[in-house]
Structures are given as C-alpha cells and as structure tokens.
Design a protein around this ligand. Sequence first.
Ligand code: KG4
Ligand code: ZN
Length: 342
Amino acid sequence: MKNDIKILALESSCDETSAAVVVNGTTVLSNIISSQIELHKRYGGVVPEIASRKHIEKINPVIQEALDEAQVTFEDLDAIAVTYAPGLVGALLVGLASAKAIAFACNKPLIGVHHIEGHICANYIENPQFKPPYICMVVSGGHTHLVYVKDYGKYEILGKTRDDAVGEAFDKVARSIGLGYPGGPKIDELAKSGNSKAIDFPRSYLEAGSFDFSFSGIKSAVLNYINQSAMKNEVICEADIAASFQAAVVEVIVDKTIKAAKKHNINQIALAGGVAANSKLREEMQAACNKEKFYLQYPSMVYCTDNAAMIGCAAYYDYLKGIRHGMELNAVPNLKIGEKIE
Ligand code: KG4
Ligand code: ZN
C-alpha cells in the first residue's frame, strides 16, 4: 500500500532556480537551489531578462539533481508542483513550462502554488506540529504582508506595504552605504558592530490601528542623513546607520505583528520570507513573544529565502484538498494570496 505523497516542486519566480522532492509536505528528500546572486550583483538588483535566461539554463540540471539526490524517478512522483504567481513573469514561465512538460509527459497531476503561500508553509517543514491558526509576518525582497493564517490554504491579509517591500528597503539602504547586493544579510552583519540608538530614524506606523507598512520614508531618511553628513564634511559610521535603520524597521514590524495577534486572539506567530533570516528581527520578535507568552515559529535560513521545498510543502496541503491545475495554468506576476486560482 502506498500512502506517502511524493511531490517534485519547482521554484523560479525571482533569482533562484530551485527543485525539491518533498514527501508528505514536510520530509525534504532534496532541495537544490541554484542562486543567480553573483550574476545580478554587478547591476545592484535582479535584472528580469538575465534571470529568465539563467533559469532556462539551470532548470533541467537542477531538476535532475533534485531527483538524483532524492533517489526517485519521475514515475515515483505523485504530483508536480510549481510557483505560478507572483514574481517576474519571464522567470515564472520557465518553471511553469518545465512543470507542465513533466506533468503532461508523465501523466502526473500539476499543482500551481502561490509563492507567498510557499514562504508561509516553510514553517511546517521543520516543525510539522506547528499548525494554523497563527499570524504570519511575511517579509521578503518583494513582499511585506501581515497574514492571518486561519487554516491550511485559508488566508486573510491584515496589512501590507504601501510602497517598498522591507527587503527592498534593506537592499537600497545597503547600496547607499556601499554594501553590495543583496544588502539584507550585509546590513544584518554590519549592524552587530553598530549602535542602534545612534540615529533616530523615523518609525512609520501610519494611521492608528493600521496593519499596513511604509518603508520609503525611512529609506529616504537614510539617504538624507548620508547626504547631509557629506555636505557638513562629517564622517559617517556605516555600522551605526545599519543598526539604527534595522532597529527602526524591526520595531514597527514586531509592534504590528503582536498587535495583530492580540486583536485576533491568536497566540502563535510565524515569520516567513528572506528577511525572516534577519537576526535582529528574530531576536526582537522572540522577546516580544516571550513577554506576551506567544509561541514563535520561523524557518531556518535555507527555508527563509526562495527554495522549492517550501513550494512542495504548500502543494501537499493543496494535494490533500484535491486541488489540481490544468495545462492552461499561466504565470500571474501579481496575484494576491488568497486569490489563488483553483
Ligand atoms: O524571500 P526572498 O529570497 O525573495 C523574495 O521572494 O523576494 O527574499 C530576499 C530578500 C532580499 O531583499 C534580502 O536582502 C533579504 O531577503 N534578506 C535579508 C536577510 N537575508 C536575506 N534581510 C535582512 N536580513 C537578513 N539576514
Ligand atoms: Zn520569496
């Protein structure tokens, strides 16, 4: 008797080409990630056309490596999962075309996964006991969403950024103080030797009771600070800028997440997305959760940034619900979570 559900998952929505084989949503047999970071570094950000071309080059070898490492063949699979939204359209299409080709040729079901849902589900991989309902703060290079996860696949967006995503703010501030791309990890590291109280950067809370975010103000405040210091011939301390910027951003994120949990009477919080790798965010969110006696879950680094294992995890819960997609499934660059096509 065969009970285990083996899913091959593909992720190519931005600058990582990834394939994973995941059993029953949380047992990761392989999770191969080919990062394009080096390629985009010289441009200071992801160049969509270069990303698509590189995905085309990498997708087949990455899939083969994932199958080999998991010691499975296409025949052993129960479904093919793929990120179909949101993301760079050309990049998404590479994973989607590959997934459709495999599903069609091997006569396996196709499951399209929303990228943000993948980030959220990454929390189950290392702790399958962790279950909805919970409040999830999704913080990545492209998204900043405060999500009420009511059940598997049932989401309510409580708030989101009105301008820049938090990861984008980290990357832009990093660039302005001469750290390369991606800036998030570099700010995180540099901030450790800085004084987080040195500069009083603005905290943007927006209207009372709002769960939305805005990071363009603090980004401009950092640039103004640097320009004004240069005009006054003052030497700037990059570590203090990094620490003060990070502290301001983290303070707002932690505050709104805790308030959202209290408002909805939820005592579990999760972090997701690339910026969930941030050490200060983890530390401050943990401290706030300890104070409120809330449980905090976050994925390890490899499952925070883009990876296919999280897509395989999300697809498993869809698989159990009978969600399947046809060959007409298209890439949707800006689909909201919860609006997923079923
Ligand atoms: O989730 P992700 O891999 O891609 C998107 O779906 O957008 O997130 C990438 C983002 C980048 O902006 C990167 O700078 C940020 O996550 N990031 C961090 C850290 N590690 C990655 N930001 C702050 N601190 C970190 N340690
Ligand atoms: Zn992502």
